[in-house]
Design a protein around this ligand. Structure first.
Ligand SMILES: NC(=O)c1ccc[n+]([C@@H]2O[C@H](COP(=O)([O-])OP(=O)(O)OC[C@H]3O[C@@H](n4cnc5c(N)ncnc54)[C@H](O)[C@@H]3O)[C@@H](O)[C@H]2O)c1
Length: 354
């Protein structure tokens, strides 16, 4: 039986993404934001005043972990602090939702997985909000069912621009110590994750990385090309840049022996099967999934997509019912591990940025 008590949440890190977390928790009738925390007092105070009236604020995450009135924490800090905060929260008996990238390094990732495994009674969830959107979900089902025949090639891209001011605004961005990389581990990780998740995962990654538009500004890569060996035997590729045009363009293509599906800019761009009767059935299935998804997301798209509300609702439900969150630390770790494998490969290639 789910408990009727509201889940009392603390949001740690009151920067850009925290506003969306605070809005989504406020919108969930089974949750209440009890505390906000930021190393910068004014950020914590402002978040409490403007986004979480009634919540207490603090600059010390340890206060949150020691508070028996807090059930769960949402980690919205820079990548380098995720591991320490999430591990301390789990050790203190708090359920954890952690923003992407779950970890900054492979070592951090191992520690986080061990901390989650040591507390199977707690929800340890990782933000990959695009996995909640209907199109990636139905494409993943169709690939797994073999609707496109045998998957032979999967490819993805993200092209955007982050200007110098973006990187100079916060000291952690574009650094190995703070961010762990740049375009692959940050902006592009959503599309890298969808490529892997829809295709059924990969077991090897090789990469080249370069800094083509931000020399002297960031020490990590703004452009990356990754080659992947997918678990089912297909080959994959992924390219991303934050040194392109001031736009946000993405593409994901899944090519099978019997058909192909292509997403562009988060929408279905094309779907074709050699068997036209089968194509009609698959298209109808996608249309039904998208129509059902339209009900799920009545607010439509915002800048980060519609998935955060669905993911936060899923997290609150997991805390209240003990049910597994839809994206666990272990699920997200598969993608993070391939990010780290790609960076290690790029470093071996010599022209890499790390
Ligand atoms: N899911 C998405 O679409 C999405 C979008 C943007 C950012 N993010 C992720 O969210 C996280 C935060 O990004 P952001 O853009 O909000 O960063 P930000 O720099 O704007 O905010 C981070 C905040 O965390 C605070 N902080 C750092 N260490 C802390 C600690 N130990 N205790 C308390 N506060 C601490 C900083 O003072 C800062 O205010 C990153 O992991 C980022 O990749 C996810």
């Amino acid at each position: 039986m789910p408990s009727r008590k509201k889940v009392r949440v603390a949001v740690i890190g009151c920067g850009v993404i925290s506003e969306l977390h605070l809005r989504c928790f406020a919108h969930n009738p089974d949750a209440e934001v009890a505390a906000v925390c930021d190393l910068v007092p004014e950020r914590a105070r402002r978040a409490a005043r403007e986004r979480a009236p009634g919540a207490r604020w603090t600059t010390r995450a340890a206060d949150v972990f020691a508070d028996p009135g807090i059930d769960a924490v949402s980690v919205c800090t820079d990548h380098a602090s995720h591991a320490a905060l999430a591990c301390a929260a789990l050790a203190a008996g708090k359920h954890v939702l952690c923003e992407k990238s779950l970890a900054r390094t492979a070592g951090d990732l191992r520690r986080m997985l061990a901390a989650a495994a040591a507390r199977p009674d707690l929800a340890a969830a990782a933000v990959f909000q695009h996995r909640f959107e209907p199109l990636p979900r139905v494409l993943r089902e169709l690939v797994a069912e073999g609707a496109f025949g045998r998957l032979v090639a999967a490819t993805g891209s993200l092209w955007t621009l982050r200007d110098d001011a973006y990187f100079r605004k916060d000291a952690w961005r574009g650094t190995r110590k703070g961010e762990g990389g740049s375009v692959l581990i940050n902006q592009a990780i959503h599309y890298f994750d969808l490529l892997l998740w829809i295709a059924g995962g990969a077991d090897a990654a090789r990469a080249f990385a370069a800094n083509l538009g931000h020399e002297g500004v960031i020490e990590t890569e703004d452009t990356v090309a990754v080659a992947l060996r997918m678990r089912g035997g297909a080959l994959g590729s992924f390219t991303a840049t934050s040194a392109g045009m001031p736009q946000w363009r993405s593409a994901l293509v899944f090519q099978g022996s019997a058909g192909c599906a292509e997403m562009r800019d988060d929408r279905l761009f094309s779907l074709s099967l050699a068997d036209k009767a089968a194509e009609k059935r698959v298209r109808a299935r996608v249309d039904r999934a998208l129509a059902a998804g339209a009900d799920l997301f009545p607010k439509g798209r915002d800048y980060y997509g519609p998935g955060h509300q669905a993911q936060i609702d899923d997290f609150v439900r997991a805390v209240r019912t003990g049910r597994r969150p839809f994206v666990t630390f272990a699920d997200a770790a598969e993608t993070d591990a391939l990010v780290f494998a790609a960076y290690a490969s790029a470093a071996r290639e010599g022209r890499a940025s790390r």
